[in-house]
Design a protein around this ligand. Structure first.
Ligand SMILES: [Zn+2]
Length: 125
């Protein structure tokens, strides 16, 4: 077992989930809601997202052809995204996800405001 040792799997992610080589392209497809080609043939179907350490997200996918599971780390909120969310909060309005846009409300999870689609925590409440 030396193959995947370079990136330790965080506890939020199923232990059998493999990393993808083209994380950027996968995330782009995921945000756009389009079909994501799998390295095994078939497509990568999103299974869900988890929120991890430091407010980043973890996207779990399953290959429709091989049933292998994959994992993509979703970058945590940037300073710009976080301050946008904070601004909206300060106006007393429920903020939307800065990545998914209008209508995708951030929800409260513990002390964090989290997007259910990207798993990223954009603010502390
Ligand atoms: Zn989002």
């Amino acid at each position: 077992m030396t193959k995947n040792n370079r990136t330790p799997v965080p506890p939020e992610v199923p232990a059998d989930a493999l990393p993808v080589d083209n994380a950027k392209a996968v995330l782009k497809g995921y945000y756009a809601g389009s079909q994501i080609p799998s390295p095994q043939g078939g497509f990568l179907m999103p299974l869900g997202v988890r929120t991890g350490d430091g407010g980043k997200g973890h996207l779990i996918l399953e290959c429709s052809a091989s049933s292998l599971r994959y994992h993509v780390e979703i970058p945590k909120g940037t300073r710009v995204e976080r301050s946008k969310v904070r601004e909206v909060l300060d106006q007393g309005v429920e903020p939307d996800c800065p990545r998914h846009g209008r209508g995708q409300r951030l929800i409260r999870m513990g002390n964090d405001l989290v997007c259910q689609l990207c798993g990223v925590a954009f603010a502390r409440v």
